[in-house]
Ligand binder design. Structure first.
Ligand code: ACO
Ligand code: KIV
Length: 522
């Protein structure tokens, strides 16, 4: 007979990870033996209490995975799943017998629908199968979990009898799965409360949740189950699982940690390992983690809006209810984009080594907003390029005002407007290619004898929307001047770089300096 579960066990929630069993039931999420062994190590290090490593009767591969995981795991309990069949249980026992702590997990359905159509068994025969299977398992292993498949669509009184039968036969954990993700939080909480209060022998077992996400309620339902008296939660990393998945381990754990005022139960999870586990599972299954996924998504701790960024800079708790470091996500990320404000921009520049005065900051901020309107991602390198560009442009006499280029198979021409010492001038030119046409237009507006010695383009960042960074070198009478510019439009960047080089050349001439001048410090 099992003994009552101690009070200390009821103060904590046991985390039962089923990524390798239910998670692997997701079509396309198969994992190799090596991957499962590595995952088992990660889960153990993370402090998972029970690792369900497979369904040993399902295949030799599953058997081997449960057996090998059992051999290497020493802290966590290793469980294998079985139907209420002796052959399944014996095979499972064979696999977990190497574990320091092994668990046999038996499932059989208790809902009228499943019993009638799937099992084709009378309810009384199901009760008999529970007695036989759980009793057999208990003779082999001291830790037996029994699951009432489709518990949430089962008749309450029959479910109560089935649970009592399982406990009487020696089950130490009673799992009430919401197999098809059908239940509601209040209903699920009430189911546990009712069973904990009414099942004879309830104090001899730990009650457990196992929720599927068909209605997106898996995590909410699991927490409601805990509210109702469950002290084990079955879940999977990244919410992997059959169909729409299982309750996500990381969400359950952090909801318990962050809102201990609502559910004052500890877990043994070292939360700093959560992101590593998530990334590993995503890598081996090939299932990407959506950007806005709670806890482990790329954007979970990223802030782009100016008002939020300003709040974060003043006090991070304004917009973060947990710290990214606590889940192994690194630092908070203030993403620079079109919704960012001056506070965040100034902070970003400080981080990049720039301290600008108010006017220069405003000028750079205006250019940044224009860039962010054009470009989906503004990277640090983009900001460096535009600030350097703005600094370089500070003292120039010639400025690009407008550029229009026609390119393609019909020929190339450029219509360019420059501000030359306050006078706005426009020229129209053709050329051998659009860049040549742009440079010819500049020469038409500002006639000069300098020769083009270098024209170089490279992308500041990746992607077709990347800024082009253009370098131009001009030589006139032994004087060399270089100009650089960056823009999402390569031709605009080319015009600005050329004009920048001209400004430098003229400035050198005025100062009588023959040496090389490099306009901006990229
Ligand atoms: C809710 C869950 O996630 S439960 C776990 C689901 N996971 C899996 O099914 C993955 C592993 N499964 C498998 O590899 C295979 O289904 C096996 C090896 C278990 C069984 O394969 P097969 O013997 O070919 O049977 P098949 O899968 O076609 O049908 C299932 C049989 O098990 C019976 N069965 C289903 N659940 C149970 C159960 N919990 N206890 C006893 N019998 C059950 C069915 O009634 C059916 O019996 P029948 O052949 O007499 O009609
Ligand atoms: C085996 C059980 C726990 C299950 O996966 C379910 O009912 O969803």
């Amino acid at each position: 007979m099992t003994s009552p579960v101690s009070d200390s066990k009821r103060d904590r929630v046991i985390i039962f990870d089923t990524t390798m069993r239910d998670g692997e039931q997701s079509p396309g999420a198969s994992m190799s033996l090596e991957e499962k062994l590595e995952l088992a190590k990660i889960l153990e290090e993370m402090g998972v209490d029970v690792i369900e490593a497979g369904f040993p009767i399902a295949s030799n591969g599953d058997f081997e995975a449960v057996r090998e995981v059992s051999k290497i795991v020493t802290e966590s309990t290793v469980a294998g799943l079985c139907r209420a069949h002796q052959v399944d249980i014996d095979r499972c026992h064979e696999a977990i017998k190497h574990a320091k702590r092994g668990r046999i997990h038996i499932v059989i359905a208790t809902s009228p629908l499943h019993m009638k159509h799937k099992l084709q068994m009378e309810p009384e025969a199901v009760l008999e199968a529970i007695t036989k299977s759980v009793g057999h398992a208990r003779n082999l292993c001291g830790d037996v979990e029994w699951s009432a498949e489709d518990a949430t669509r089962s008749e309450r009184d029959f479910l109560r009898r089935a649970i009592e039968t399982a406990i009487k036969a020696g089950a130490t954990t009673i799992n009430l799965p919401d197999t098809v993700g059908y239940t509601y939080p209040s209903e699920y909480a009430d189911l546990f409360k009712y069973m904990v209060e009414n099942v004879e022998g309830a104090d001899k077992a730990i009650f457990s949740t196992h929720c599927h996400n068909d209605l997106g309620l898996a995590v909410a339902n699991s927490l409601a189950g805990v509210q109702g008296g469950a002290r084990q939660v079955e879940c999977a990393v990244n919410g992997l699982g059959e169909r729409a998945g299982n309750a996500a381990l990381e969400e359950i754990v952090m909801a318990l940690k962050v809102r201990g005022d609502q559910l004052p139960y500890e877990t043994g999870i070292v939360t700093q390992h959560i992101t590593r586990a998530s990334r590993y599972v995503s890598a081996i299954t090939g299932f990407p983690v959506q950007f806005n996924k709670a806890i482990v998504g790329k954007n979970a701790f990223s802030h782009e809006s100016g008002i939020h960024q300003d709040g974060m800079l003043k006090n991070r708790e304004t917009y973060e209810i947990m710290r990214p470091e606590d889940v192994g996500q690194g630092a908070t990320n203030l993403v620079m984009g079109k919704h960012s404000g001056r506070h965040a921009f100034r902070e970003k520049l400080k981080g990049l080594g720039y301290e600008l005065g108010q006017n220069a900051l405003n000028e750079a901020f205006g250019r940044f907003k224009d860039l962010a309107d054009k470009k989906k991602h503004v990277f640090d390198d983009d900001i460096i390029a535009l600030v350097d560009d703005a600094l370089a442009r500070g003292s120039e006499k010639i400025r690009v005002v407008r550029l229009r280029v026609v390119a393609g198979t019909e020929g190339q021409s450029a219509e360019l407007t420059l501000d030359v010492d306050g006078e706005v001038k426009t020229a129209h030119a053709t050329g051998d290619g659009p860049v040549d046409a742009v440079f010819n237009a500049i020469i038409e507006i500002v006639p000069h004898s300098a020769a083009l010695r270098l024209f170089q383009v490279h992308a500041v960042t990746e992607g077709t929307d990347a800024q082009a960074q253009v370098s131009v070198r001009l030589e006139d009478d032994g004087r060399i001047a270089t100009g650089q510019a960056a823009d999402t439009d390569t031709l605009t960047a080319s015009a600005k770089a050329y004009v920048n080089a001209l400004n430098n050349l003229f400035s050198r001439k005025e100062k009588g300096r023959p040496e090389t001048a490099i306009a901006s410090g990229f």
